[in-house]
Design a protein around this ligand. Structure first.
Ligand code: GRG
Length: 326
């Protein structure tokens, strides 16, 4: 089984092309704006969304992937812009291993850089016509919906699984789906293939977010390269938390509630051991695996090709990365 890094390494040429297009697309004569936009893009990131766009395009058309680089870059710009704004909202100091833009250059500038990247993204998307532009714009609207829904429910101990799934669908899964669907439309493929690719990406996105929420609890900070237990610190109620709140002894549930309210000191309560004990990690893992099964099923009638194999590998990596990163 390949690791995520090995999977990415096999696509390094495409990642370099995406990075090149990203740099070309953010050009402005205003030096300060260019410097700040570059700073965020150069911090890296997995480039998941542009890769999904490129692979879906090749499956949908078999044509030269260079034709879809503008769209792939456009999606990465929207993703990056939303992360800049998200870091301001969450008051985060670190992103992709670097100081966040608002810490470095101030909140006012960071808001504008985010807006600038959004604008550039829609310009790139518009090169593929009205349908693709709408798919891209709708994906952004979903991000905003997910963000607000999440904010409304911070610290809501009554949050249902249904609302949690609604939040992650909007923050992650619809965006993944838009990458595949935009590429399919740009390739002018038939409706059935367009639906298969979109369904694959949606379910992959759901699994990706659930596994992210699991890793926030069981992940190894050094291997992950980012802090863990951040959701609890921010009172963000995720699937393992919903399950644990419903399925633990009262004294332990009270400790979790207190942790979510920021009233427990680090080290006073072994949260990781507690979550494992309640079965919430197993439960969430089964849910993520269910989404991966749906993703793989969505592609089962599309035949075989090296690009389909790449998507299938990615689906397995998303679920298996938990073992690698825990
Ligand atoms: C789009 C108008 C508009 C507003 C944005 C702030 C906001 C509203 C939305 C934030 C949405 C958000 C933070 C979603 C998180 C999605 C997610 C899974 C982020 C992590 O993605 P990775 O792991 O990150 O692909 P890298 O760094 O690898 O790119």
């Amino acid at each position: 089984m390949k690791s995520f890094l090995e999977w990415e390494l096999s696509l390094s040429e495409k990642i370099e092309d995406v990075n090149k297009r990203l740099h070309e697309s953010i050009y402005t004569e205003e030096d300060a704006l260019l410097r700040m936009a570059k700073y965020t893009l150069e911090a890296g990131g997995k480039r998941f969304r542009p890769l999904l766009t490129i692979i879906a395009y090749r499956i949908a058309s078999g044509k030269d992937y260079h034709d879809i680089l503008d769209l792939a870059a456009g999606y990465e710009l929207i993703h990056t812009a939303s992360l800049i704004h998200d870091d301001i909202i969450d008051k985060s100091d670190l992103r992709r291993g670097r100081e966040t833009l608002h810490v470095k250059d101030g909140i006012d500038n960071a808001i504008v850089v985010g807006d600038y990247l959004f604008a550039k993204a829609y310009e790139l998307g518009s090169r593929y016509g009205a349908v693709v532009s709408k798919i891209m714009a709708d994906a952004s609207s979903r991000l905003a919906e997910g963000q607000i829904l999440e904010a409304e429910n911070l610290g809501n101990l009554e949050l249902t699984e249904e609302t949690y799934l609604r939040i992650i669908s909007r923050k992650t899964a619809f965006f993944f789906a838009a990458c595949a669907e935009g590429a399919a439309v740009a390739a002018n493929c038939d409706v059935l293939l367009r639906k298969s690719l979109t369904d694959f990406a949606y379910n992959l996105g759901m699994a990706f977010q659930v596994t992210d929420d699991i890793l926030d609890i069981v992940g190894n900070e050094a291997v992950l390269g980012k802090p863990v237990l951040v959701d609890i610190k921010h009172s963000a109620i995720t699937l393992p938390i919903i399950y644990a709140l419903k399925n633990s002894q009262e004294n332990k549930r009270i400790m979790l509630e207190q942790s979510l309210k920021g009233k427990v000191q680090d080290g006073d309560f072994d949260l990781k051991a507690y979550f494992l004990e309640t079965g919430s990690i197993d439960y969430s893992f089964r849910m993520a695996r269910g989404y991966i099964t749906r993703a793989v099923d969505a592609l089962k009638n599309t035949g075989t090709s090296p690009d389909i194999d790449l998507l299938m590998e990615l689906a397995l990596i998303v679920i298996e990365r938990i073992e690698e990163l825990a």
